[in-house]
Ligand binder design. Structure first.
Ligand code: NAP
Length: 416
């Protein structure tokens, strides 16, 4: 039995932190066989240090820093995770390049991680020490939760346990895309996932209706409490512009599980085979945009009511033209919406922060994700593994920005 992970944990013990049990891993982390053993509690001290990737200024590269403090558990429900793999999202390069989503400087970024649970809030926590979890780190204003570091804090209701048969690296690619897809379909459009015949999920409008409106951040209240009467029914069409994105591929799969008919706008030559495999009902090539609009309008008879754009406000404006403008159509933009609004269409942005601000919502989503992974109902994104650990992230983000790694998520391992 390999000692890879235990060596790392031994190292961690030298930098004292607090955990209950040690794990033993198999020869590679992909085939990790995890066993738990009791060890003594070592109290956390201010001396505990780690490597992090720090953003020191906008439009700068990230800098590797080796003597940063290991983040501390400060609130009920928080867990400490040793980061084993990081999935790279477009926002990781866009935020410094365009100076948004950076609360202050210096800052740590990174939205998707998978890792080993080292510390839990108590016996009643839904995750246990030794679990391998994936964490979508949507709470980017809390630097302790960022992915570009060796150790990160998460809440137990935002961590999904990964089955032992699932690749740790591939699971690091999924989190933010899953959260965005579920909230887009399940909250903005109000789709009820509890009625699925295979791997039923949460009925999010019903869970949200139990919440006090004032407990939800003010800027997403309207999006969260929109009418349920508009929710899509089995057989309804939904169009996705940018279906080959990681978020698009997850959205396609979840929409198909719910019995919707899905129109996928993408580079068909490049991504058509994969989209068909994932259940696409109609492929529309993205390059002739006017023709794409005509095709969607023609196939849906001008009655399309649901559309999701995952590319930008120009393509959102194209999708807008495909919708029936009679007052009951919905356009969701993940990356922007058209400036001019059509009074016959309802516009949505995904209420992403609901995932970390509403524990019952977050927990229902990660429980469903655990089930989807366990039952292999959800196909994980294809990944490209980048070398070099934290230090390799700058080069990997350049690769992501270049667009040359298309249809795949870049994942950086910290376990070598
Ligand atoms: N608001 C939120 O909370 C939230 C959450 C998640 C994601 N997002 C945003 O959603 C977008 C997608 O994120 P992601 O991580 O899923 O992306 P990703 O996996 O990195 O997507 C890359 C894909 O985009 C496709 N693409 C590029 N330009 C296109 C166009 N004009 N039309 C159609 N497809 C195009 C590329 O396909 P080709 O091979 O055809 O070039 C490539 O396959 C990003 O802008 C991200 O910031 C927002």
């Amino acid at each position: 039995m390999s000692t890879t992970t235990c060596v790392q944990l031994d190292e961690l013990q030298k930098k004292p932190t607090s955990f209950h049990r040690c794990i033993f891993s198999g020869p590679s982390l992909n085939s990790t066989a995890i066993k738990e053993e009791k060890t003594s509690l070592v109290s956390q001290t201010e001396d505990a240090r780690q490597s992090v990737l720090l953003l020191k200024g906008v439009r700068e590269q990230y800098t590797l820093v080796n003597d940063h403090t290991i983040p501390a558990i400060l609130n009920p429900g928080e867990i400490l995770v040793k980061v084993l793999a990081i999935g790279l999202n477009p926002i990781d390069w866009k935020a410094p390049a365009f100076n948004f989503g950076i609360p202050s400087l210096p800052w740590i970024n990174g939205r998707d991680l998978a890792g080993l649970v080292l510390q839990v809030p108590g016996e009643n926590s839904r995750v246990r020490v030794g679990d391998i979890v994936l964490v979508p780190s949507t709470d980017y204003r809390d630097i302790r939760k960022a992915a570009f570091q060796e150790y990160a804090i998460a809440t137990d209701f935002n961590a999904a346990r990964i089955p032992s048969s699932t690749s740790i690296h591939a699971s690091a690619s999924l989190g933010v895309a899953f959260v965005a897809s579920v909230l887009a379909l399940g909250v903005s459009f109000g789709l009820d996932f509890s009625v699925l015949s295979k791997s039923p999920g949460p009925n999010l409008p019903q869970i949200i209706s139990q919440l006090d409106r004032n407990d939800i951040p003010a800027d997403i209240q309207d999006e969260c409490f929109a009418s349920e009467s508009e929710r899509p029914q089995r057989g309804d069409w939904v169009a996705i512009w940018g279906a080959s994105t990681t978020t698009g591929l997850v959205t396609l799969q979840l929409a198909k599980l719910a019995g919707l008919r899905v129109i996928c706008v993408a580079d068909v030559a490049r991504h058509g085979a994969k989209l068909l495999e994932s259940g696409a009902d109609l492929l529309v090539d993205r390059h002739d945009t006017e023709r794409a609009v005509e095709i969607i309008r023609g196939v849906t008879g001008g009655k399309l009511r649901y559309a999701i754009d995952i590319v930008g406000k120009d393509t959102a404006a194209l999708l807008e033209k495909t919708l029936d403008p009679s007052g009951h159509s919905h356009l969701l933009g993940l990356t922007g919406l058209p400036k001019e609004r059509n009074p016959g269409i309802r516009y949505h942005t995904v209420p992403i922060k609901l995932f970390h601000t509403a524990p019952t919502v977050g927990e229902s989503m990660v429980r469903w994700l655990e089930d989807l992974l366990e039952s292999k109902t959800l196909t994980l994104p294809e990944i490209v593994r980048a070398e070099g650990g934290l230090e390799g992230i700058n080069a990997a983000l350049d690769l992501l920005r270049s667009g040359s790694v298309s249809g795949k998520r870049i994942v950086v391992g910290l376990d070598s």
